[in-house]
Ligand binder design. Structure first.
Ligand SMILES: CC(C)(COP(=O)(O)OP(=O)(O)OC[C@H]1O[C@@H](n2cnc3c(N)ncnc32)[C@H](O)[C@@H]1OP(=O)(O)O)[C@@H](O)C(=O)NCCC(=O)NCCS
Length: 183
């Protein structure tokens, strides 16, 4: 008789996810973040920064924004090391109904593993719980198909808003805005 199949046996991908801890970013994570930012800069990723960041610069940047309740800083951690994070800014004024996903970055080792999906979903849920907002917006680069596919999987759609292009190592980088309406 064949062995009965266990439907709940985790796939390899899910087993990877079991090792991931999602939690708030801490000041002590700064050095892990510096490694990831600089890996992305060296890989010419579609991020705003073009030059490597120093530990001091990142630390002072973090200290400036930390403790500001307007932001959601969520990190994904594997074996005690941060492998990615996202930052969402809640509305600046009471009258605004929009949150902005301003930063979303994974180490190369964590890409294509499902960590990005889980991290993004948790940020969306936290934003829904924390703020009285109707939508989340972001802007990204047209050639950044991994990012666009990820955002579309989570209900973001391209909007008509014009975002100015920027320089990507000597090439013109076209950019778009995407938005997700929250129920
Ligand atoms: C954008 C980003 C967060 C997406 O996360 P991700 O884990 O790469 O996303 P996915 O899991 O969807 O994988 C990306 C693609 O690579 C493929 N892939 C498969 N295995 C992979 C692996 N080991 N490593 C990388 N990509 C892999 C996936 O199938 C997917 O293809 P698709 O986009 O055609 O569906 C991540 O690539 C990243 O940090 N990029 C640099 C920073 C950045 O661009 N941030 C967004 C700014 S708006």
């Amino acid at each position: 008789m064949p062995e009965p199949k266990c439907e709940f046996f985790p796939s390899d991908e899910n087993r990877e996810l079991e090792k991931v801890k999602f939690r708030e970013i801490r000041i002590e994570d700064s050095d892990d973040m510096v490694e990831i930012i600089n890996e992305a800069v060296r890989g010419r990723a579609y991020i705003k920064r073009r030059e490597e960041i120093t530990k001091e610069e990142n630390l002072s940047r973090m200290e400036k924004d930390f403790g500001n309740d307007r932001f959601i800083f969520l990190a994904a951690e594997i074996n005690g090391k941060v492998v990615g994070w996202g930052v969402l800014a809640g509305p600046e004024k009471e009258s605004s109904d929009t949150g902005v996903l301003g930063s979303f970055l994974l180490s190369k080792s964590a890409r294509g593993t499902g960590v990005s999906d889980e991290l993004l979903e948790r940020i969306i849920q936290e934003a829904k719980n924390k703020y009285k907002i109707k939508r989340i917006i972001l802007n990204t680069s047209v050639p950044n198909t991994s990012a666009i596919n990820l955002y579309e999987r989570h209900g973001f759609v391209k909007t008509e808003t014009k975002i100015p292009p920027r320089d990507h190592y000597g090439e013109v980088e076209e950019r778009i805005e995407m938005a997700k309406m929250l129920e």
